[in-house]
Design a protein around this ligand. Structure first.
Ligand code: SF4
Length: 176
């Protein structure tokens, strides 16, 4: 499939979940092949994946999508070091940590909405530990923070990111 995809020397290759259901060894081979093709053929690669490890290891720039909309976009290091959208923080919190011993694995509460019946205001508000009244009424604007963008009313004023647990702590405080 990859050979067919590059047979016509495309300028852009869209790889949708290219490593799903592969074991880690084959996954590494596929990602190495895609990287080599990208460099040799000079093509741009859009990688669509749920695997944040693949994102961290292979992406230059990341767009996080929730309910069909890009809710955050930034260079990969900036995104993981300083996420400015609560959904992105929840995704990063959900990554299993080798250092955690008996801690329950975090997951974002609730479930994604039906795309035909999105909640009013911010589509993420029923699941967001930082939601306030405005989030239930008005769709958030895209806030520009240099080359980093986030669609959240509080993208500039969220507590600074200190890694795992921040989102969970906000929920325990009852901010939702
Ligand atoms: S706009 Fe409100 S509900 Fe939506 S992500 Fe930001 S804080 Fe949460």
């Amino acid at each position: 499939m990859i050979a067919m995809a590059v047979a016509n020397n495309p300028e852009l290759l869209v790889a949708d979940e290219p490593t799903t259901a592969l074991d880690v060894t084959v996954q590494a081979q596929i990602m190495r092949m895609l990287r080599d093709l990208k460099e040799k053929l000079g093509l741009a690669l859009i990688l669509i994946t749920h695997d944040l490890g693949v994102v961290a290891g292979h992406a230059d720039r990341v767009a996080v999508i929730y309910a069909g909309l890009v809710v955050e976009e930034a260079e990969v290091r900036e995104l993981f070091a300083n996420p400015r959208h609560p959904y992105t923080r929840g995704l990063i919190d959900s990554i299993p940590k080798l250092t955690a011993s008996n801690e329950k694995l975090y997951s974002i509460p609730g479930a994604p909405p039906m795309l035909g019946a999105l909640p009013e205001g911010c589509a993420f508000h029923p699941r967001c530990g930082f939601a306030q009244d405005i989030c239930r009424k008005a769709a958030p604007p895209v806030i520009e923070l240099g080359r980093h963008r986030a669609a959240c009313h509080f993208a500039e004023s969220l507590p600074s990111w200190d890694g795992a647990g921040r989102t969970a702590q906000a929920e325990e405080r009852g901010n939702g």
